[in-house]
Ligand binder design. Sequence first.
Ligand SMILES: NC(=O)c1ccc[n+]([C@@H]2O[C@H](COP(=O)([O-])OP(=O)(O)OC[C@H]3O[C@@H](n4cnc5c(N)ncnc54)[C@H](O)[C@@H]3O)[C@@H](O)[C@H]2O)c1
Length: 354
Amino acid sequence: MSKIKVGVIGLGSISEMHIQGYLKSQDAELIAVTDMNESRAKQKAEALNIDLYYTDYRKMLENKEIDAVSICTWNNSHAEIAIAALEAGKHVLIEKPLCKTVEEALAIEEAAKKHPEQILQIGYVRRFGTNTQVLKRFIDNGDLGEIYYAKASCLRVLGNPGGWFADKERSGGGPLIDLGVHVIDLCWYLMGKPKVQSVSGNAYNKLGNRSNIEYKSFYKAADYDSKQNTVEDMANALIRFENGASLFVDVSFTLHADKEEVRVSLHGDKGGADIEPSLQIFTEKNNIMLNSTPQIDHLTFDFNNGFQSEIDHFVASAQGKEKSISPVEDGVEMMKILTGVYKSSEKQAEIRFD
Ligand SMILES: NC(=O)c1ccc[n+]([C@@H]2O[C@H](COP(=O)([O-])OP(=O)(O)OC[C@H]3O[C@@H](n4cnc5c(N)ncnc54)[C@H](O)[C@@H]3O)[C@@H](O)[C@H]2O)c1
C-alpha cells in the first residue's frame, strides 16, 4: 500500500509531536508544512528538508499530492480549516479541542458526513495512552461493572501559556477548554460515552495570569505574550449523564495550591480505577479489598508514546486498515459539555440538554 502524503498546518509547540510521529511512521511521508508566520514555515521546511511550505492553508489544500493534514493551529481556526480540508478531499487529524462552539462542531460533523470516505480524527491523545488502553480492556471485560462516578483534576499552580491561549476570542476559553477537554474526554470515553444530561459549572477569574511570578518555568505558546488575558484561571463542574452517571472535574491554569496535579479516577459497582497519576485497579475478592497494579511499561500517560500511537492510528485509519477511535461526533458531545460549563457559570444555574 502506498504511503499517505501529509501536510502539517500550524507549526508551534505541539506540531513537533505530529511531525515526529509522521517522520517515524513507515506508512506516512511528510511533504508540506504551513504557518501564517512565514519565517516559522520557512525555517521548519528547511530543518525538515521539505520543499513545500505555505503561509496560507488554502494553497496547501490545493496540492493534489497531499492525502492528509494535521491541524495544529489556534482553536478559532480549527473548524474553518477542517471543513476546507474535507472539501479538498483530505483526511484530517485535528488537535483538541475540536473547535470553539457547538455550532462549529455540528458544521464539521456535517462536512465529515458528506465525505464518509475520508477520516476526521480528533487529537484526544490521552485515549492513546497505554494506561488508558489497558484500563479499557478491563472495563470492556466488565471488571469495573457499571461506572457511575468519575473524578478528574488537572490543576496547574502556574501555567497560563499566554498569547492566543489567554485570548478567549482565539481559544474559546482557558484551562477548561485547554486542559479540561483532555481529562473530561478520558473519563467520558472510558465511561462508554454516555449522553450528557446536565452541567453545573463555575469558572473563576480571580488570580489573572500571574506573570509577576519569578523563578518558575511553565508551558508557553509559540508567540508568548502575557499582556492580554481574558480567560478563566480556574473552573469546576458537575456533569450528569442520561444513564445516571456523574463526573466531577476541576482544572486550573493557576491556583494557590501545593503543586501541579493530574488525577483521574473511575468508580463502578464491581471495581474502580485510578488512571492518573498511575494506573491501579480496585476490586473485592474473597471478602478482601484488593488493589492491583498492572505490570506494563507506562502506568502514567507517556506523551511521546501517546502521540506516536495517535499518529499511527490516524495513518492506519486513512489507509482503511483501522476504524478511527476518535471520530467527529465525540467532539460534538464534548463541545456541549465545555460550552455548557461556561454558560452555567455565567447564569449561575444548571444547564440541561433535554
Ligand atoms: N494534544 C495536546 O496535548 C496539545 C498540547 C498543546 C496544544 N494542543 C493544541 O494544539 C493547537 C496548537 O497549540 P500550540 O501549543 O502548538 O500553539 P502555538 O501557539 O505554539 O502554535 C500555533 C501555531 O499555529 C499558527 N497558526 C495559527 N492560526 C493559523 C492559521 N489560521 N493558519 C496557519 N497557521 C496558523 C501560529 O502562527 C503558530 O505558529 C491548539 O489547538 C491546542 O489546543 C494540544
